[in-house]
Ligand binder design. Structure first.
Ligand code: PLP
Length: 379
């Protein structure tokens, strides 16, 4: 079946007892044993919970993997995956990436002896050169956050495989509606479910999908052992959000393209980073490996004072961290999401003080453009 159908049908048919169409919320910690060593499929909600299971099966199906896992946040999902590695292991990671992932790798896992090289994975020569004897995984974001760089997933995964390393893709920005990394050679895909999958800025969650059963077994052990699982209520809310993903992503993208095209024409705006623009460096690769370009745009303005004034003057667009919800949000990456990346590194990447990042919502694009216009012009 087509992806739109599978998205709308997530969780349907799960309740065999009463036929509830919406998955019931099993707000439950423990389950009765029917005999010694026997139960009805569940024994304790950290290990497994039916509401969470419906979500986990749903995301596994959408990403084309064998098994899904739900966590209390995107960072909990990434942490759980990183527990696959041990002292002396080495990772190669996209250098322009979510600030929280950078912080986790540098301030937590480095201390445990897991080393990371940050490289521009959109440049496959750089990726190849960064691979070491002890490299165990390549972790990719595409498009990257906030500069929207595009990595060729199939070719990057081939390089990783040749070096005996796993390929892990953070698919938060495009979601399985637009991009399915497991079909392009990745071993694991992860999400901040807080963003497009949830879609309503009303929950924090993380998801992981494994392609093959052997790796899924190891992830299942880590999920249960470390225990940062998603609760039943939030699992239900996330399942509910996913059902409208296809409609929302189409609208996010239409709006983002309109706004990116408008931004390009404004004299006060410098660079516009949106993979859907034909002049974007990764446009062709993104077009070839994804069915859409998503709803995230970054752009620069003349200087920091103007960036600051725009944030103060916007009235419809909310100045708030996060992304992927139905409401349009704007952030200042250098001072907010990416403030844990050292300044020299930030500037080297292009995350400057005059850069703003827009998560385009599903409102009427004319209203969004009018708000941006008055904020940029100061009228
Ligand atoms: C938000 C985000 C995360 C972290 O997810 P949380 O749910 O906030 O813990 C990881 N990766 C990307 C790309 C994100 O946008």
């Amino acid at each position: 079946m087509k992806i739109q159908t599978r998205i709308a049908q997530v969780g349907v048919g799960f309740d065999r007892q009463f036929g509830a169409v919406s998955v019931p919320i099993y707000q439950n910690a423990t389950f009765r044993h029917t005999a010694l060593g026997k139960n009805l499929g569940y024994d304790y909600s950290r290990t497994g919970n039916p509401t969470r299971r419906a979500l986990e099966d749903g995301i596994a199906g959408l990403e084309g993997g064998c098994r899904g896992f739900a966590y209390a946040s995107g960072m909990a999902a990434i942490t759980s995956i990183l527990l696959l590695f041990r002292q002396g292991d080495h990772l190669v990671v996209s250098d322009d990436l979510y600030g929280g992932t950078y912080r986790l790798l540098v301030q937590v896992f480095e201390r445990c002896g897991v080393r990371t090289s940050f490289v521009d994975t959109s440049d496959l020569d750089q990726l190849e050169q960064a691979m070491e004897e002890r490299t165990r995984a390549v972790l990719i974001e595409t498009p990257t956050n906030p500069l929207m760089r595009i990595t060729d997933l199939a070719r990057a995964a081939a390089i990783a495989r040749r070096h005996g390393s796993l390929t892990i893709v953070d698919n938060t920005f495009l979601t399985p509606y637009f991009q399915r990394p497991l079909d392009r050679g990745a071993d694991l895909v992860l999400h901040s479910g807080t963003k497009y999958l949830g879609g309503h800025n009303d929950l924090v969650a993380g998801l992981v999908v494994a392609k093959e059963p052997e790796l899924a077994e190891r992830i299942a052990l880590l999920q249960n052992a470390a225990g940062a699982v998603l609760g039943p209520m939030d699992s239900w809310l996330l399942t509910r959000g996913i059902k409208t993903l296809a409609l929302r992503m189409e609208r996010h993208e239409q709006n983002a393209l309109r706004i990116a095209q408008w931004l390009v024409r404004q004299p006060e705006v410098g660079r516009v980073y949106y993979p859907g623009l034909p002049e974007h460096r990764g446009h062709q690769v993104c077009r070839a490996q994804a069915t859409g370009f998503g709803g995230m745009i970054s752009f620069t303005v003349a200087d920091f004072p103007l960036a600051e004034r725009i944030l103060e003057r916007l009235t419809l667009i909310t100045f708030a961290e996060s992304l992927g919800g139905v409401e349009t949000l704007i952030t200042h990456p250098a001072r907010q999401t990416h403030s844990d990346i050292p300044e020299s590194k930030r500037l080297e990447l292009g995350i400057t003080d005059n850069l703003l990042r827009l998560s385009v919502g599903i409102e009427d694009p004319d209203d969004l453009i009018a708000d941006l216009e008055q904020a940029i012009r100061g009228r």
